[in-house]
Design a protein around this ligand. Structure first.
Ligand code: ADP
Ligand code: MG
Length: 404
């Protein structure tokens, strides 16, 4: 945001660390959050990524104080808030649906929380927040006169204006179409670095998490499977779930045969698949080794390079051209189908359905997992349950408004 310099300076320094220490939340007969521990440094953008039902919203509700943990503690800025009431915590939440007050102007929507707390310069602060999201020129409009993306920015301004130390975002872009969503991801990231708040962003969209966050925690069934910088998780996934949820992976399971001082080779369907020991979590027994599709090259003839892992001959089951790249699905006898992403500038050969091909990769790009794939973990439904929370919150505030 180009010109949002001076007026927003007051937002900086507001961020605070968040620590969850062995937090669990059990509902009757069901554990939604299971012994979760994480540290979010002040001023960072942290994404909690996982499929619908894995416990993301419950985690946010615990941090916001809308839910009490069954075990463990929650610290904000070093202060234990486990038993603090929701309104005593320096936290604001932005939900998937914006739930703006329809009868109020944009300005009134943003200033509402401040006026409610009888803050003197509510209008000045609200205008600064609207500047930040570049909507000051629409301050007099009603929410219905704004696009979805603009309404989402108002919701963000409404949360940021309270200068929370910690902003919780629960699938805040879920209701937007794909193009707007990608644009808002960049804007939100920019706003976050500008205001210096700590963002805890929850999403089931892996691209969204990777684009926006400094640190991503991949959550599955109430637990964090792996946490780290996006590139770290992508290049060295630890579990089959992470390897397939965060991008695609070709996975091969076999027994460890030969090992050297820095590599090991598993034998899968008679072919040796080598992985550096430093890139493998388990070094003996049965191991699953993975390779990302863009690291795999396709060949019309058997490649001679003895340093590469080569599979084949196989047959092209599907070739789908998408402009910048072509995605191949290759059936190799003895293996699951191998996926290859081939950039159109690459040295890979091109091929058509039914062609006989070989696939190869450099062992340096392979990774060894700590577990094995179970069933199909590739597809997840969208998360839609936050809309009702946002509406409930709006209704609560409206009731309060009528009383005063
Ligand atoms: N109040 C509740 N009582 C019982 N089960 C709940 C309650 N709230 C959430 N759950 C369950 O906990 C699991 C995690 O829910 P949630 O945190 O909303 O997941 P996510 O946001 O990742 O989709 C779900 O299976 C959900 O049905
Ligand atoms: Mg949710």
């Amino acid at each position: 945001m180009a010109e949002a310099s001076a007026p927003v300076r007051g937002f900086a320094d507001a961020g605070a660390d968040l620590s969850l220490v062995n937090v669990s939340k059990r509902f009757p007969g069901f554990t939604a959050v299971d012994d979760l521990s994480l540290e979010i440094p002040a001023g960072s953008f942290f994404a909690l990524l996982g499929p619908s039902g894995c416990g993301k919203t419950t985690t946010l509700r615990l941090v916001a104080g809308l839910e009490e943990p069954t075990a463990g503690s929650i610290l904000i800025g070093g202060k234990d808030v486990t038993l603090a009431k929701s309104h005593q915590r320096p936290v604001n939440t932005v939900f998937q649906s914006y739930a703006l007050f329809p009868h109020m102007s944009i300005m009134e929507n943003v200033a509402f929380g401040l006026r409610r707390r009888r803050i003197d310069n509510a209008d000045t602060l609200a205008r600064e927040a609207l500047d930040l999201v570049e909507l000051a020129h629409l301050a007099h409009r009603k929410p219905s006169q704004l696009s979805g993306g603009q309404q989402q920015r108002v919701a963000l301004a409404r949360a940021v204006v309270n200068r929370p130390a910690l902003l919780l975002l629960d699938e805040p872009l879920g209701a937007l179409d794909l193009k707007l969503r990608r644009q808002m991801q960049l804007e939100l990231k920019e706003i976050q670095s500008e205001v210096g708040l700590t963002f805890l962003h929850v999403t089931h969209d892996q691209e969204e998490a990777m684009t926006m966050a400094d640190t991503v925690a991949v959550m599955n069934q109430g637990r964090i499977e792996q946490m780290g910088a996006p590139v770290e998780l992508y290049e060295l996934p630890k579990t089959a779930f992470v390897a397939t949820f965060l991008g695609q992976s070709n996975l091969f399971t076999g027994k460890v045969g030969n090992s050297t001082s820095d590599t090991m080779t598993i034998s899968a369907a008679g072919v040796g698949i080598t992985v550096p020991l430093s890139r493998a979590h388990v070094h003996r027994g049965t191991v699953t080794v993975g390779i990302r599709p863009e690291k795999v090259a396709l060949h019309r003839h058997k490649p001679a390079d003895g340093n590469r892992t080569v599979l084949g001959p196989g047959r092209v089951l599907d070739a789908s051209f998408s402009g910048v790249s072509t995605q191949y699905l290759v059936a190799v006898p003895g293996y699951a189908d191998v996926t290859v992403f081939s950039q159109n500038t690459s040295e890979s050969d091109s091929a058509r359905n039914g062609d006989e091909v070989y696939v190869s990769w450099s062992p340096d790009h392979a990774f060894g997992l700590s577990d094995h794939p179970v069933g199909d973990s590739g597809k997840f439904a969208a998360d839609t349950d936050t809309g009702s929370l946002a509406v409930a919150e709006r209704e609560r505030l409206e009731a309060e408004l009528e009383e005063s």
